[in-house]
Design a protein around this ligand. Sequence first.
Ligand code: FE2
Length: 192
Amino acid sequence: MTQVGAKVVRPRPTRTAELDELVIAVRGAVGKHADWGETARLVAGELERNLPSPEILTAEQRTGDPGGYRSHALHTEPDGTFSIVALVWRPGQVTPIHDHVTWCVFGVIQGVEYEELFTLDEENECLVEAGSSANRTGDVSGFAPPGDIHRVCNAGDRTAISIHIYGTDVSRVGSSVRRYYDLPVRPARPAA
Ligand SMILES: [Fe+2]
């Protein structure tokens, strides 16, 4: 620690130290071998306590890509039980509507991510709007299938960055996505 007058300046943790702390914390939560829902809740608590700064990425990675949102693998647990990925979104960039092969926890470390949720109406072969939320810097949330159909976009005016933790080795299974949905979207029916 460095003392500057009356002000105490803590040295900035290095990129590796930030990631190491997060990995150790998530490893502890996943090691409890709870069900998916409880694991997502425990991991969300650890991500909240160990949320990295945007400097976990290089300056070049933080600029994003005009061609679409970019994903950067930060860590894959050797036994394949979880992966940590950073996503970088320029304003207006959006995912397709999708759901997931496993639990997912995400935390915003820069900007705002807008998330829309949907339910599947199999009978009418459409999706039904099921709510939305704006996740701001510092917000952390987690979910586990089923009931995890969503679309995420950067609706703000600056580049957004988020940390996503998935309960699998996403590089081995190829993606965290179970299915993409190309169905018409209907508004939720107003309550009777
Ligand atoms: Fe997702």
